[in-house]
Design a protein around this ligand. Structure first.
Ligand code: KIV
Length: 264
């Protein structure tokens, strides 16, 4: 796979070419994904749940993400590698700069932050200092205690309108990707249309420019839990490489997510 940059994703958005992405946490899976031409990989703080067995992402530290970013980067020199900024690691713009520096030095090409317009100064500060930012909106799992659970966001008109405004403001502040998690498909379509930057969705329907899945869900690794919007591609193919290729192809053709894996 050739080296993927944000410019490729912008071009694909303009061409209407949909792309897949996945989380990864180690060099072996990073390499496997790169061999199957997965263009974007996220070292997600979901590692707190799927690797560490925690009930939320809150216990994850900057050191955890930096360690796994280094591991994944070793296996995937060419993907666009995003690293999650963990809970409370960007409470102020200064903290964000210090901690984002650690993740960029570990090999990330971009950092991902959860939150709306309160992040504008932080996004400006990071991007002006050459740290590319992905802004995560919708169900932001670090806010699970504010939301009272892992719940769909943006169903009410006023909240949907606010999310559109936040997405535009974050783009204006310098965010180069917006990630939408667990929002109604109609809202995801609205945000994808108004933004110039690529929008990656999870649980947001097949209307976004890209899709992302937690790799443990995509491969059906968690025995007793599967989010409604996710799909076990390994069950269908019986082979890890074929499962990854099927996921990438189904995203590209718009076959995934289908109606059964979409939040109305
Ligand atoms: O941490 C993570 O894996 C994520 C994805 C669910 C997008 O943020």
């Amino acid at each position: 796979m050739k080296k993927i940059t944000i410019n490729d994703l912008i071009k694909w958005k303009q061409e209407g070419r949909k792309f897949a992405s996945s989380t990864a946490y180690d060099a072996s899976f990073g390499q496997l994904f790169e061999q199957q031409e997965m263009p974007v990989i996220l070292v997600g703080d979901s590692l707190g749940m799927v690797l560490q067995g925690e009930s939320s992402t809150l216990p994850v530290t900057v050191e955890d993400i930096a360690y796994h970013t280094r591991c994944v980067r070793a296996g995937t020199p060419n993907s666009l590698l995003m690293a999650d900024m963990p809970f409370m690691s960007y409470a102020t713009p200064e903290q964000a700069c210090e901690n984002a520096g650690k993740l960029m030095r570990a090999g990330a090409n971009m950092v991902k932050l959860e939150g709306g317009d309160w992040l504008i100064d932080t996004v400006k500060m990071l991007t002006e200092r050459a740290v590319p930012v992905c802004a995560h909106l919708g169900l932001t799992p670090q806010s699970v205690n504010i939301f009272g659970g892992f719940k769909v966001q943006g169903r009410e008109q006023e909240k949907a309108d606010r999310m559109v405004r936040d997405a535009l403001a974050l783009q204006e502040a310098g965010a180069q990707i917006v990630l939408l998690e667990c929002v109604p498909q109609e809202l995801a379509a609205r945000i994808t249309e108004v933004l110039d930057v690529p929008v990656i969705g999870i649980g947001a329907g097949n209307v976004t420019d890209g899709q992302i899945l937690v790799m443990h869900d995509m491969l059906g690794i968690a025995a007793n839990y599967m989010p409604k919007f996710s799909k076990n591609f390994l069950a269908e193919t019986g082979d890890i490489r074929k499962a990854i290729t099927k996921y990438i192809d189904d995203v590209a053709s718009g076959a995934f997510p289908d109606e059964a894996h979409t939040i109305a």
